[in-house]
Design a protein around this ligand. Structure first.
Ligand code: MLT
Length: 254
């Protein structure tokens, strides 16, 4: 992996292919390998940039609190350093929250937006409280209970559950804690979405047990021009459960 120094941290990323710049942001608590299967189906049309968000993968962990805007600012800094002014920004789940923050902070740098298994609203108060409890639990006892709770919710496919579990187990506790707090404090992005003037692609599995398909339908209701691709039988990780359909949908951002 390559690394750049942004906002005082080492941000690791991979880059494959040639064409329209396309940033693929992983979700919680994973890293860029989430996208490994779709990249070969995109690299003929896209310059695919795959960062590890701060606190995950090979990027530096940060102990002081940070926000979705900080993750987005890291991505802007990365793009500056590799001389990319504008890119299609796609995020999976929490990565979608980062993509939305990026679109709010740097609208002129977004050529298209993709939300995969993600959503627009901020956390309801009880969800927010749950995030802080999880963060305290990770701090006291490690990542074990988050991994156990999330694994079966990613997908019903056992092989892919094992893959998601292995990926979650590779991530440092500080990354979990930072992300849980950042997710708890994120803004509602409904108004932002209606203001976007770029192509928007929404990809969602209809059996997602972490973020229900209704959240994707709400995106379409907010922005009728958005392309909504519902993937029958897929759960929370369509880029692994339905590789071709996911890649095909993302190609609308070329
Ligand atoms: C994710 O997959 O990134 C998270 O489950 C998103 C969330 O908890 O809101």
């Amino acid at each position: 992996m390559e690394t750049v120094n942004v906002n005082g941290i080492q941000l690791a990323f991979e880059r494959h292919g040639k064409g329209t710049p396309l940033v693929l942001l992983h979700g919680f608590p994973l890293d860029h390998h989430l996208w490994d299967e779709v990249v070969p189906l995109l690299e003929d049309r896209f310059d695919v940039i795959l960062p590890d968000l701060r606190g995950f993968g090979d990027s530096t962990t940060v102990d002081s609190p940070y926000s979705m805007d900080d993750y987005a600012s890291d991505i802007a800094g990365l793009l500056d350093q590799i001389d990319i002014q504008k890119a299609a920004i796609v995020g999976h789940s929490m990565g979608g929250y980062v993509a939305l923050a990026f679109a709010r902070l740097y609208p002129e740098r977004v050529s298209g937006l993709g939300l995969v298994s993600s959503q627009l609203p901020a956390d309801a108060p009880e969800r927010k409280e749950g995030r802080y409890k999880s963060a305290a639990d990770v701090s006291a006892n490690g990542i074990g209970s988050v991994v156990e709770t999330m694994t079966p919710k990613f997908t019903s496919a056992e092989k892919l559950q094992a893959l998601a579990r292995a990926s979650m187990e590779r991530q440092p506790p500080a990354g979990y804690i930072g992300a849980l707090k950042a997710m708890a404090e994120r803004m509602d992005s409904t108004a932002l979405l209606s203001s976007l003037k770029v192509p928007v692609v929404v990809i969602h599995g209809d059996t997602d047990a972490l973020i229900p398909i209704d959240r994707a339908r709400e995106v379409k209701a907010t922005l009728p021009e958005a392309h909504l691709i519902e993937i029958p039988g897929a759960g929370h990780i369509p880029m692994l459960e339905a590789v071709k359909e996911t890649a095909e949908a993302l190609r609308k951002l070329a």
